[in-house]
Design a binder for this molecule. Structure first.
Ligand code: MRU
Length: 369
């Protein structure tokens, strides 16, 4: 792997792309943001798997697309049947909760298995490119539909008021190929001249809000304020939150929503305060095979993520510090489930639907490649 500096792109730009020499895939190393913008070149299956596991790439749609390119990288070395199946199995095992990972790999395997091995590598590159393009189109559509929710609230508020949106984790362009899911309506509203302001949950323990959402909103000038994870309920009680928009890693058949740990508490507070709680959901994140949220596997991560914090020192160096007694154990559930009854709507690429079994069953399945 090599890294080289590059100009940070804007919100519509990509978080992943094929290298100019057409043999590798390049990503933004999200473990180094916001302190350093570094592009990392992935050349092998193992490098793609590690990028997903180590969260150099993260966010449900982006890990799916990275895995698709990982299949292409694997086939460059061996395009036989066993190698294809081994690549799919390895990549799928890297993170358990986001169903997009499995979905993207199933798309790839389904299309590649019938081909002769000699035809597979070129086909895999084209298919991964198509998945990346589909993600951009999907998120742009989510932005168009979600804009109406923000515009409706803006129209109800006194002239000159700002619409305050709370979001959790990073369901932004960095979590996708571009635009983001939860951020797409925000970017769209900002571009159309609506006055928006985003409350950014820090999102302990990995701080995707502080490190990533704040970074990408700042790049394009969307007004935002970082808040402690525990502050959201208080701000809602004060009338300082007009709506919540979050992303999701998997939506069950009954409309239960898995997302970054802490999402459920925001949904409870929003429900209590009468604040609409919306979930941006590309249909590739809907999993009709799980009946309800209790059946969604929740990733357990290393407690070290909880027991330490990493940041930049005054001298400009990155440093990791311990924040608990050395003998204190930690438990690090990476996701939680918000019951469908707390979700006001799902913002999909096909429009806004309620989080109900019937509405979800009526949605088209994601665009096949
Ligand atoms: O652990 P992460 O950073 O991959 O978790 C990401 C989230 O929870 C996002 O909200 C979700 O993947 C939706 S991304 C559009």
């Amino acid at each position: 792997m090599i890294s080289r500096p590059s100009s940070p792109p804007d919100h519509a730009a990509r978080s992943i792309w094929r290298s100019a020499d057409a043999v590798a895939v390049e990503i933004i190393d999200q473990t180094r943001l916001p302190h350093e913008y570094a592009v990392v070149r992935l050349r092998t299956l193992d490098e793609a798997a590690l990028a997903i596991r180590s969260m150099q790439v993260r966010g449900a749609p982006l890990i799916g697309v990275t895995a698709a390119y990982g299949v292409w990288l694997a086939l460059q070395t061996d395009s036989g049947d066993a190698a294809l199946e081994a690549a799919v199995t390895l990549l799928a095992a890297q993170r358990p909760t986001a169903v997009n990972l499995r979905w993207a790999l199933e798309c790839m395997a389904h299309r590649l298995r019938p081909l002769a091995p000699s035809a597979r590598t070129a086909a895999a590159a084209a298919l991964a490119d198509q998945l990346a393009e589909a993600d951009l189109a999907t998120n742009a559509a989510i932005g168009r539909h979600g804009l109406s929710l923000i515009a409706t609230i803006a129209a109800r508020k006194p002239a000159g008021s700002v619409v305050n949106i709370l979001t959790h984790c990073n369901a932004g362009r960095l979590a996708c190929v571009g635009w983001g899911t939860a951020t797409a309506p925000i970017y769209r509203a900002h571009a159309e001249g609506l006055a928006v302001h985003v409350w950014v949950d820090e999102t302990r323990p990995r701080n995707q809000g502080a490190a990533l959402t704040a970074w990408e909103l700042g790049r394009v000038g969307v007004p935002h304020t970082l808040i402690a994870d525990n502050a959201g309920g208080h701000l809602m009680q004060q009338g300082l939150v007009d709506l919540v928009i979050v992303g999701t890693d998997r939506v069950a058949a009954n409309g239960d929503v898995a997302n970054k740990i802490g999402t459920y508490l925001k949904a409870l507070a929003a429900h209590d305060c009468g604040v609409p709680f919306h979930v941006a959901m590309p249909t590739s994140t809907f999993d009709p095979t799980v009946a309800d949220g209790a059946s969604i596997p929740i990733e357990q991560r290393d407690a070290g993520e909880l027991l330490t914090m990493t940041g930049r020192t005054a001298a400009g160096h990155l440093a990791t510090v311990q924040i608990a007694p050395p003998t204190t154990p930690g438990r690090n559930d990476a996701f939680d489930v918000t019951p469908a009854r707390l979700v006001r709507s799902l913002i999909t690429e096909h429009g806004i639907v309620p989080a109900t079994r019937a509405a979800l069953a009526g949605l088209p399945r994601p665009q096949d490649i």
